[in-house]
Design a protein around this ligand. Structure first.
Ligand code: ARG
Length: 236
């Protein structure tokens, strides 16, 4: 996007990948909303030199590319901080913890308790995610064949395919799994403890922005905004 500098304020173009409730989703009015959207807005408000421009809603696996080529300046997409991604972009301090959940149909008899129970089952995950990494590792260890992996543009489509019976499980971040459980006919069958932490992504060497966002994160934790937002989006 356009990183326009007026007076002393830099306008940042934020990027996300909707279809990941409650972190980022499009509501009934067609507006992009969610925990990440509100959190990043609050964080940037705490900074002196930055303001947020309008959001770019992209495919999750395009966010790092979009940061790299300057189409966005911050990725706020429940993005797990990991060494692979850290080679290309930089992250703020962590702002949320997650593991991976294995979702199955609510009414069905299939209730896997561990990875081995997924043997020879068609499963799904979103392209470019750590859930997709888990699915790939099931292929590597021979639990499923690569023809049983199904990759989706977003998790809403994956959960629809699960509900339809086209696949038997979806691997997705635990907080998002809970939201699908509350709103769709799916249940969490077991969880994989991955110990993930989300951070906002910025271009490498954007250290001024990175530290401004880290200070903003600390400020919204200190003033209670962070607690209010977790209450709003995660209290059920
Ligand atoms: N935390 C996972 C990852 O970093 C999934 C993130 C998906 N985010 C999204 N907005 N669709 O790979």
């Amino acid at each position: 996007g356009d990183t326009t500098t007026t007076a002393d304020v830099t306008t940042l173009t934020p990027g996300t990948a909707s279809g990941f409730p409650p972190f980022e989703y499009v509501n009934e009015s067609g507006d992009l909303v969610g925990f990440d959207v509100d959190l990043l807005s609050a964080v940037v408000e705490q900074t002196d030199g930055y303001e947020l421009g309008s959001w770019e809603d992209l495919a999750f696996d395009q966010l790092i590319v979009a940061l790299d080529n300057g189409n966005i300046d911050v990725a706020a997409a429940a993005m797990t901080i990991n060494p692979d991604r850290d080679e290309t972009i930089d992250f703020t301090d962590p702002y949320y913890d997650a593991n991976q959940a294995v979702l199955v149909r609510e009414g069905g008899s299939f209730r896997p308790e561990n990875k081995e129970d997924l043997a020879d089952r068609p499963i799904g995950a979103q392209a470019g995610t750590t859930g997709k990494d888990q699915m790939d590792s099931l292929v590597e260890d021979g639990t499923i064949s690569s023809s049983q992996t199904n990759t989706y543009e977003n998790y809403v489509l994956a959960v629809q395919d699960l509900a339809n019976g086209n696949i038997d499980a979806v691997i997705v971040d635990t907080p998002v799994a809970e939201t699908f459980v509350a709103n769709r006919n799916v249940v969490v069958s077991f969880t994989i403890e991955t110990g993930e932490q989300y951070g906002f992504g910025v271009r490498e060497n954007a250290s001024d922005l990175q530290s401004a966002l880290n200070e903003g994160l600390q400020a919204v934790r200190d003033d209670g905004t962070y607690a209010d937002l977790t209450e709003q989006y995660f209290a059920s």
